[in-house]
Design a protein around this ligand. Structure first.
Ligand code: SAH
Length: 443
């Protein structure tokens, strides 16, 4: 009798596994939206199906301290064996060598990071409700910390939703799903946003090369009814155009929103030079806070156009101008000419994403800060940032110190900050603390 029950269970398991695989395979074959009979959707979300056929990943004997300590990534070489079939993007259970439950996450054998964990709770099902609950939790955190109008609503790993980015620009949302296992949940994520916020629009900015490491295409487009993709946001009492379709990244750098306020006092009555301005947010803040003149430089003609539009939008176009230029060349040239400013602001893009080229990145930071410092009048200020996450805060400060020594200038730290709290930092999850923002007085 017992034997008979076991046989039936295994048959059920096999059949369920087949049904689920065929549904997921059909979803993965489609590019954007997909149609499924309601019965299939029920299968996918019921949990019964997932229970019946959850693939199990067993880690090597020596589980890394990183994973034990809460890090959500599992690399290929940390896996001992996999029991069950592997459908890329599906949810799997992860166990230690001793068969102790570690967590549940999504698998992609094509990626070096084979599993990214979504939960450490065995009884938590990864389904549509999971994403609704998670996004609600993210929203609660932003509300509690005072980031409501515009914020990074979901900051990937730091919100336990690996590789998912959602930026909120008042009633509009921009989404990036940067791994296959999160990309398959895009319809659930969009549903969650619709349920919680009733947004005016949702846009996908998945035109990001890193998706190719996951076997995903680069793409962008509407995930809601179409809308005018050039929207206007308010920040610190100022207005900025955000081009969610063609702007850089998701269209706007929300991570600097608190740091833009930090320049309030030092720019009063000042001649200000900004480099790497993008759409001119720091520079327009400077003009608003009472700078006498502001000149901003960016290599992108499109960014310069938007920055000038933003200056006009805030009624500071007479004192705040933007020009297209390569900041490395121009700052060097102006240093030779002996030009001087009260405040110089630098916010370059990330200089590297790989450890192999970190030395080159440091050389770049030293060079640009050295050139910037030479343009600061004695007693003036250098406002400098770095968003390269491989350059940790200590290394960044050391680099600025080296630049000061080479420029033969003494510096005093005014403030040293990081990204705004809507991009929370998880200790021991190094990628979550990436922004360094420093103001020094240059004596
Ligand atoms: N400070 C901006 C963000 C800057 S992002 C903000 O708060 O919104 C970095 C910018 O540097 C991008 O707009 C990019 O176009 C620009 N950039 C990259 N290389 C450059 C170079 N060599 N010279 C000038 N600008 C450059």
């Amino acid at each position: 009798m017992r034997q008979e029950v076991r046989c039936r269970k295994s048959e059920v398991r096999r059949r369920m596994s087949e049904v689920r695989s065929s549904i997921i395979a059909r979803i993965l074959r489609t590019s954007e939206t997909f149609r499924l009979p309601e019965s299939d959707l029920r299968h996918l979300t019921s949990g019964l199906l997932i229970f019946a056929a959850m693939t199990q990943v067993f880690l090597n004997r020596k589980i890394s301290f990183r994973i034990a300590n809460g890090h959500p990534w599992i690399f290929n070489n940390e896996v001992n064996r996999i029991e069950g079939e592997v459908t890329p993007g599906q949810t799997v259970e992860v166990y230690g060598h001793d068969k102790k439950f570690v967590g549940k996450g999504y698998i992609n054998p094509q990626s070096q990071i084979i599993v990214r964990l979504l939960t450490r709770n065995k009884s938590e099902e990864i389904n549509e409700q999971f994403f609704l609950d998670k996004i609600k939790q993210c929203w609660e955190y932003r509300q509690k910390t005072g980031y409501t109008e515009n914020c990074r609503l979901v900051f990937g790993e730091a919100d336990s939703m690996p590789q998912l980015i959602i930026d909120k620009f008042n009633d509009y949302f921009v989404i990036q799903t940067l791994a296959l296992g999160i990309d398959v949940w895009k319809p659930a994520i969009v549903n969650a946003l619709n349920t919680i916020f009733k947004p005016k629009g949702i846009y996908e900015r998945n035109d990001v090369p890193v998706r190719e490491l996951e076997g995903l295409p680069q793409q962008k487009g509407f995930l809601s009814a179409p809308f005018d993709t050039k929207i206007i946001i308010n920040e610190n009492g100022l207005k900025f155009y955000v081009d969610v379709e063609n702007g850089q990244k998701t269209g706007y750098f929300l991570d600097q929103q608190d740091n833009r306020k930090a320049i309030q006092h030092i720019v009063k009555g000042a001649d200000v030079l900004g480099a790497f301005t993008y759409t001119g947010t720091f520079e327009i803040h400077a003009a608003h806070y009472g700078a006498k003149s502001v000149l901003g430089l960016d290599i992108s003609a499109n960014a310069v156009q938007q920055a000038n539009d933003n200056a006009a939008l805030n009624g500071v176009g007479d004192r705040c101008k933007f020009e297209a230029a390569n900041a490395f060349d121009v700052l060097k040239q102006w240093g030779k000419e002996g030009r001087q400013y009260d405040v110089v602001m630098l916010d370059p893009p990330a200089f590297t994403k790989s450890r192999e080229t970190i030395q080159k990145a440091i050389t770049g930071y030293k060079e640009i800060n050295l050139r910037g410092m030479k343009l600061v009048k004695p007693g003036g200020f250098l406002v400098t940032s770095s968003c390269t996450n491989l350059v940790n805060p200590e290394l960044f400060l050391q680099t600025i110190d080296m630049a000061a020594k080479d420029a033969r200038r003494k510096i005093r730290q005014v403030c040293f900050q990081t990204q705004s709290s809507d991009h929370p930092i998880i200790w021991n999850l190094e990628n979550t603390q990436y922004l360094k923002f420093l103001i020094v007085q240059v004596l």
